[in-house]
Design a protein around this ligand. Sequence first.
Ligand code: TXA
Ligand code: MG
Length: 315
Amino acid sequence: MQTIIGKDFNEAKILLQRNEVVGIPTETVYGLAANALNTEAVLKIFTVKERPHFDPLIVHTHSIAEIEKYVSDFPAKARLLLEKFSPGPLTVLLKKKMLIPDLVTSGLDTVAIRIPRQQLTLQLLQQLDFPLAAPSANPFGYISPTSAAHVYDQLNGKIPYILDGGVESTIVGFENDQVIVYRLGGLSLEELESVADNVIVMTNESSNPKAPGLLKSHYAPKTSFRIVDKSELSQMHEHNNFAMICFNECFPEIEKERQYLLSEKGDLDEAAKNLFAVMRQLDQLKLNEIVAIKFPDEGLGKAINDRLRRAAAGH
Ligand code: TXA
Ligand code: MG
């Protein structure tokens, strides 16, 4: 099965209506979602996640009125808390109606239920006529994923679609009077600099104790990988079995089939989102080499170049 990362709301909806499992973003972690009212769909979650059946799932829905459909008892305090903190990171345990399959609650008579705040997922829930059962989108015992790329890393090939709710956050620290950027993500350097002066980028440290997940070779593919300059393209040899990652245009010096565009419409945000998926895809082709052309060094292009440098650093 090919796992696709995308923002296509309708694709996610159609797959869920077909009782497939889809990765969805929430304001806490990504969830591994399926139709909570359908036992066959819920069973797939347990299989993909390799989760023991005795560990119950959280049911996600879009309103308090919806919750009423699935619970047989709604204490005033539960309503009070939900009115105050939902949508948001609060899950309540309430007596379930028969409508909720026993598999979801592992045989318990309560169901865990919450209204997530993430906009894309909230909209999705509003458009479906069933709630979504979803545990965190990691294999049982692994770290909960906070980006579509994490979900992809952990569950590639096991689910058809991951609804992408955004890139990872930008991580900054503070030393003396400086703002130190350890990871470039959703918030661009320009945005930081518009508020703070003395911003220093330290995303290339070979070991980075402040953010250990960001080690230089963290994003390295297995295939040999390097960044190339436009001027080098004419020397790339046709008999060398390589592929090239590009932004929005193909280069005439190189055969078209070798070039993988991350965003045909030239959208750096889209390119950032496709980067990991394309790198994974190419890494499976048994190529001699993957090369990438440097991206425009602005906005999310900086984050892409940072990931490319990390990928190259492992080789
Ligand atoms: O933020 C979150 O809660 C994320 C997002 C995706 O919503 N979900 C999440 O699900 O972390 P999960 O399955 O990784 O953790 C849910 C926990 C489990 O430890 C489960 O045992 C517990 O909630 N749980 C579920 N239903 C329960 C119930 N009826 N009674 C007691 N505990 C329950
Ligand atoms: Mg979990």
